[in-house]
Write a protein that binds this ligand. Structure first.
Ligand code: PMP
Length: 288
């Protein structure tokens, strides 16, 4: 058994459901050889997928960017997600989907003869952030963003993100906040939000960040809560001088960052904008 994948959950690989230990992929799979593939992570609460349409829209965008013919249409993806959830050990879980270009002789260029994309799906346990971390908040450090220039693609080529996250671990903090040319991009696997004088800001959606599914959601929740919201380039000094910093992802939902580079953010306690967004997020989950 692999940690995080209860052995009673079934995974999907290329048309069949099976135990994770029975799922095997060729060493010539271009996902293994080149990282030539994409993925999605859809949070599921008590059997209900959250923001599934938005996740599948992003999956389609990622496949298009890699010029991989979609292995399923929308109804097919939804059916696969439902089947994985039905076979999951617990009803609150993540559905992980990965599609690679498929198996071919090792050559950088796309295969010239048609290959069938590899489609893999699994569910993993999801324990939403509990009261302790919601109240205590997270610690982050700033680092230079050294990744490539297509961060908008949810590619399985995650080496830059892996090395960034390890910098957080090595520094004994929860997350990094990355800066490219002095401007905020994102965390290693989260989007980052800045609050100053009651206004919530996020960096522009472009090729330098992954547009988290919570990107659109944060804009909606801010509008509902009457919090002014804007997307604009945000300099490193503004992050350091923020009243509040927040991070979002499917895994972390929305959480406060209370220290940045060892200094307290604002009061050093989760702030009012966080509290409003947190409540609005919880209400969306409760309404599923
Ligand atoms: N940026 C990066 C680099 C990520 O890996 C993630 C997590 N998928 C996010 C942002 C947040 O995206 P989401 O809200 O869809 O989880």
């Amino acid at each position: 058994m692999i940690t995080g994948v209860p052995d009673e959950s079934q995974v999907y690989l290329n048309g069949a459901f099976m135990r994770i230990g029975e799922a095997h992929v060729s060493v010539l799979d271009r996902g293994f050889i080149f990282g030539d593939g994409i993925y999605e992570v859809v949070p599921v609460y008590n059997g209900h997928a959250f923001r599934m349409k938005e996740h599948l829209d992003r999956l389609d965008r990622s496949l298009k960017a890699l010029r991989i013919e979609p292995p399923f249409d929308r109804a097919g993806w939804i059916d696969l997600i439902e089947q994985l959830v039905a076979r999951a050990a617990q009803p609150t879980c993540f559905v992980y989907l990965q599609i690679t270009r498929g198996v071919a002789k090792r050559d950088h260029a796309f295969p010239t003869t048609p290959v069938v994309p590899t489609v893999f799906g699994m569910t993993t346990a999801f324990v939403p952030p509990g009261p302790a971390v919601r109240e205590k908040g997270m610690a982050a450090i700033g680092i230079a963003d050294e990744r490539w220039l297509h961060c908008e693609i949810k590619s399985v080529s995650l080496l830059g993100n892996v090395l960034a996250k390890q910098q957080a671990v090595d520094a004994g903090v929860d997350e990094v906040i990355q800066f490219r040319d002095g401007f905020l991009t994102e965390g290693s696997s989260t989007n980052i939000w800045v609050v100053k004088d009651g206004t919530l800001s996020g960096p522009p959606k472009n090729n330098l960040i992954l547009e988290g599914i919570r990107y659109g959601l944060v804009a909606e929740l801010a509008a509902e809560a009457g919090i002014p919201f804007e997307m604009r380039p945000i300099g490193q000094a503004e992050v350091a001088a923020a009243d509040e910093l927040l991070l979002t992802s499917a895994t972390k939902e929305v959480l406060p960052i209370v220290t940045f580079d060892g200094q307290p953010v604002g009061t050093g306690r989760p702030g009012a904008v966080y509290a409003a967004l947190r409540a609005a997020y919880d209400a969306r989950i409760a309404a599923l």
